[in-house]
Design a protein around this ligand. Structure first.
Ligand code: ADP
Ligand code: MG
Length: 346
């Protein structure tokens, strides 16, 4: 039988010790980690970047189909992604938890296994947190601290008319993965006697991985440094391409043209959209949770940027008067709308 340890048997401090013991400090900027009243960090002459995310059970995640280990990994990754989106590098996180009584020590261990893996893979130190009981399920708040080089930090506000718009990877896959998981969960709920219900996910591994175990695009930020490329504006795609592109336009005071036929979409995403009878482009534009990087570069850098692997030019920045529009396959211009992932919850 699975081991079940009540959290009360360890107590708050016992739990914190157990959760934080296998997190060696890897960064020179982490002077003091867990164990005192505050962590000590030293960024010398670099700028400090700070980002935080709050995840509530039932709102941001559903434990019926998200394993705790994946949840831990993803909670950390989404924060790293925000730091990369500034052209910076994540270095430390703090993790705060609200834990309701249905969770055991083993559950929280699993969550921390995922957080530990993310920290290992991205070279980030866990330097603190807070732990409390909760009456409403699991609450996870992660704050990430990172560093950026003076003059190389990229905001949303620097895009200029004639700049080209690029995005890394492909879009809409995480959203289609979520649709698939939700459908299988509904099917399972409707056949209670079928205890051995095992959904067949063959051929759908990619979209599931994009939903359950996303990665942050450190590789893109490293390529920028390697090839001496500095985007004029950048952000990560967490709420859907349309919404993010509109954020860049607003912050930069510009308009844009996005080519429908250039939006990168994986084959499995397309197959799944067809199975669900959904408009593929709408899913790719509004699905969210892609954690890809959306950025703009001056036209003069085109040849250099085009040599980078895994990114694609999807449009260009215009003067503000021209507004933000999607250029369809038949050359029509539709106003770009931000539906975000919320609008998809039908
Ligand atoms: P305080 O009384 O100052 O809030 P705590 O007793 O809550 O301190 O925490 C003790 C140490 O453990 C601190 O360094 C804190 O940052 C760290 N910590 C507490 N909870 C967590 C957690 N869930 N994950 C990581 N570190 C934690
Ligand atoms: Mg505390």
């Amino acid at each position: 039988m699975e081991k079940v340890t009540e959290i009360s048997s360890l107590g708050e401090f016992g739990l914190i010790d157990r959760l934080t013991r296998d997190f060696p400090l890897r960064n020179a900027s982490s002077i003091l980690g867990v164990g005192d009243d505050a962590a000590i960090l030293d960024y010398h002459d670099h700028k400090t970047l700070v980002t935080t995310d709050l995840l509530l059970e039932g709102i941001h995640f559903d434990l019926r189909y998200v394993p705790l280990r994946h949840l831990g990994y993803k909670s950390a990754i989404v924060n790293f992604s925000d730091i990369y989106a500034m052209n910076g590098h994540p270095r430390q996180i703090t993790v705060s938890l609200g834990i309701s009584s249905r969770f055991t020590v083993e559950h929280i261990d699993e969550l921390y296994d995922g957080i530990r893996l993310a920290c290992q893979e991205y070279g980030v130190d866990l330097v603190g947190g807070d732990t409390s009981a909760s009456v409403t399920g699991l609450v996870i708040s992660i704050t990430c601290i990172g560093e950026g080089e003076e003059g190389k930090i990229v905001r949303r506000s620097g895009a200029k008319p004639t700049d080209l718009i690029y995005v890394s990877g492909d879009l809409g896959a995480a959203y289609m993965g979520l649709q698939l998981l939700e459908r299988e969960n509904r099917v399972a709920a409707q056949s209670p006697d079928n205890k051995f219900f095992e959904p067949d996910f063959t051929g759908k591994e990619y979209i599931l991985e994009r939903q359950l175990k996303p990665e942050a695009r450190r590789d893109i930020v490293d390529m920028f440094a390697q090839y001496d490329i500095l985007p004029t504006a950048m952000m990560d795609v967490s709420d859907g391409l349309s919404s993010e592109l509109l954020h860049i336009c607003k912050a930069s005071g510009v308009g844009c043209r996005l080519y429908e036929d250039r939006i990168p979409i994986d084959y499995q995403t397309a197959i799944m959209a067809e199975e669900f009878n959904m408009n593929l482009v709408t899913a790719a534009l509004n699905g969210g949770e892609d954690y890809e990087l959306l950025f703009t570069v001056p036209l003069a850098m085109k040849d250099k940027v085009d040599m980078l692997k895994g990114i694609r030019m999807i449009g260009y920045i215009t003067k503000p008067e021209l507004g933000a529009a999607l250029v369809t396959r038949d050359d029509q211009e539709l106003p770009l709308k931000a539906q975000g992932w919320n609008a998809f919850n039908h």
